[in-house]
Design a protein around this ligand. Structure first.
Ligand SMILES: Nc1nc2c(ncn2[C@@H]2O[C@H](COP(=O)(O)OP(=O)(O)OP(=O)(O)O)[C@@H](O)[C@H]2O)c(=O)[nH]1
Ligand SMILES: [Mg+2]
Length: 327
């Protein structure tokens, strides 16, 4: 992507052009050339959107809830970005089509921006880009960003660290309160939702969750509320959005938002430095030549991976290598 294209896309995004926003998201998602410039330029526009991560077991009704929450936002005159992270069908476009069929009203609403992302298989590969996609949406000016992800492990923990509030969606029939604890969902939920409450066992699950939450220490004075919903007919979704808004307000009032923001800025800078160092080191030809030699040397028993690492560090930065060796 040429610098000229990037700057014209940025101009169009600032003017509220959705297609420019979509293009910029694609560039950033692919980490294509121009990504750094885009994120740099858009940075001053970020920080307004309220980011909500929605997670829970497959089939719990997350997408249906997202659709209803988006409608709640719209009925309050707010704009919404929806990011659906689909770990099951990378590149298939299936998620997009499915959502398009299911959420026809949202797809034609200019106040809603929907984006599906594949996880690309790799661990952590997802989370890094999800944040940037949300950043672009934030800069575009949406009021709410709803990120849906299936509760499959590390992924939703990463989402939790990127969102202001995390909504954990559970359903009565899964009866999996133990699984929930195992998956660490109890730890990350700021608000809990028992969906499909039109089915049996919802009240029991609400009580079980509340009991588990009471056993845990209430974090920083916030007791996660548990809301019953039936996403298909929209029951409880207004209250759910109200609870989420309360959590956001709580974060603001308690200064936690500032603390979270600073720690995420710190993490982001560190990540960028590390990524850049990594790239700079492993793309140097003298380093990769040396690495190939060292692999053989270690393999033949003439060295160890630790000494080999010292040598590489010595090559990259003589002083640093020296220090490591002296230890
Ligand atoms: N009875 C009932 N069915 C629901 C409710 N909410 C969602 N469903 C149904 O549950 C099924 C799964 O809903 P989705 O919204 O696709 O669930 P999901 O959590 O996004 O699923 P994945 O993204 O595949 O993990 C759909 O057939 C929905 O119509 C509810 O409140 N009550
Ligand atoms: Mg879904």
């Amino acid at each position: 992507v040429s610098a000229l294209t990037v700057s014209s896309l940025l101009e169009r995004l600032r003017a509220g052009d959705r297609r420019a926003c979509a293009r910029l998201i694609s560039i950033v998602e692919d980490e294509a050339e121009g990504t750094t410039e885009i994120l740099n330029e858009l940075y001053p526009l970020m920080g307004r959107a309220y980011r909500i991560g929605i997670t829970g077991p497959p089939g719990a009704g997350k997408s249906t809830l997202v659709e209803k929450l988006a409608q709640e936002c719209r009925s309050r005159g707010k704009t919404v970005g929806i990011v659906a992270v689909d770990p099951t069908s990378p590149f298939s476009g299936g998620a997009v089509l499915g959502d398009r069929v299911r959420m026809p009203a949202l797809f034609t609403d200019p106040g809603v921006f929907i984006r599906s992302m594949a996880t690309r298989g790799g661990m952590g590969g997802l989370a890094t880009r999800t944040k940037e996609v949300c950043d672009v949406l934030d800069a575009f000016g949406v009021d709410y960003i709803l990120v849906e992800t299936v509760g499959v492990g590390q992924v939703e923990l990463d989402i939790a660290s990127a969102a202001h509030s995390t909504l954990v969606v559970l359903v009565p029939e899964s009866g999996d309160s133990i699984q929930v604890m195992k998956a660490g969902l109890m730890e990350i939920g700021d608000v809990f939702c028992v969906n499909k409450s039109d089915r049996q066992g919802a009240d029991r699950l609400v009580m079980a969750i509340q009991a588990m939450l009471e056993l845990k220490q209430v974090r920083n004075g916030w007791m996660p509320p548990v809301v019953k919903t039936s996403a298909t007919d929209g029951t409880g979704t207004g209250e759910l959005l109200a609870r989420l808004d309360e959590h956001r307000k709580y974060l603001g009032d308690s200064n936690l938002l500032v603390a979270r923001r600073k720690s995420s800025i710190r993490a982001e800078i560190r990540e960028l430095v590390e990524a850049r160092l990594r790239r700079e080191i492993w793309t140097r030809t003298d380093v990769s030549d040396e690495l190939s030699l060292l692999v053989e040397k270690v393999f033949e028993g003439g060295s160890t991976p630790y000494r080999a690492a010292d040598e590489i560090l010595g090559l990259v930065q003589p002083d640093a290598g020296q220090e490591v060796r002296e230890k």
